[in-house]
Design a protein around this ligand. Sequence first.
Ligand SMILES: CC(C)(COP(=O)(O)OP(=O)(O)OC[C@H]1O[C@@H](n2cnc3c(N)ncnc32)[C@H](O)[C@@H]1OP(=O)(O)O)[C@@H](O)C(=O)NCCC(=O)NCCS
Length: 163
Amino acid sequence: MNTEITLEQPQHFEVVEKLTAEAFGPGRFTRSAFRLRENVPHEPDLSFVVHVGDQLVGSVKLTRIKIGNAEALLLGPLVVAQSHKNSGIGKLMMETSVAAAQKTEFGAILLVGDLPYYQRFGFEKVERGNILLPGPADPDRILICPLQSTLTDNFCGLAERHP
Ligand SMILES: CC(C)(COP(=O)(O)OP(=O)(O)OC[C@H]1O[C@@H](n2cnc3c(N)ncnc32)[C@H](O)[C@@H]1OP(=O)(O)O)[C@@H](O)C(=O)NCCC(=O)NCCS
């Protein structure tokens, strides 16, 4: 079946919410990354869905945040339907969203996730204590991907919701 990646549109909202609820459960609302996105619309030109045939099976969003005084992007949630895991859909969304972000003026993408998965897309662990989130987060899972030729050391301080 045909696999297609496109920008997320308003009509995808309900299915994306359902996928996200299935993957993360009710605890998702208490995560630090969720708090950083709360009431901030995701970037419409940097958020994608994947369809296999007619079925929406994947979603990734990027949202504008601040880290200290610098503007950056937060990646997440990244979610793939249980039925379509391990078939390259996560990889397709990560490569597409990082490539799209490279074309913007943002200097870095931050996310909270597993380094063994995300390092293949250019993410590295944030040096312990360099970036603080607005809630508890395992420091080993705070990851950053530099964009353009920005040094990730330029990003330090409190990560906050975009005003
Ligand atoms: C994590 C997730 C997005 C990966 O998407 P996917 O389409 O299944 O993954 P891909 O097909 O791109 O990649 C599969 C590879 O990644 C590996 N992988 C998947 N999740 C991993 C993890 N958490 N840590 C390390 N490796 C991981 C698989 O073992 C597989 O390895 P292989 O290529 O050596 O066989 C998906 O499993 C998912 O939606 N999980 C639930 C939600 C979640 O945890 N999201 C990420 C946190 S924001």
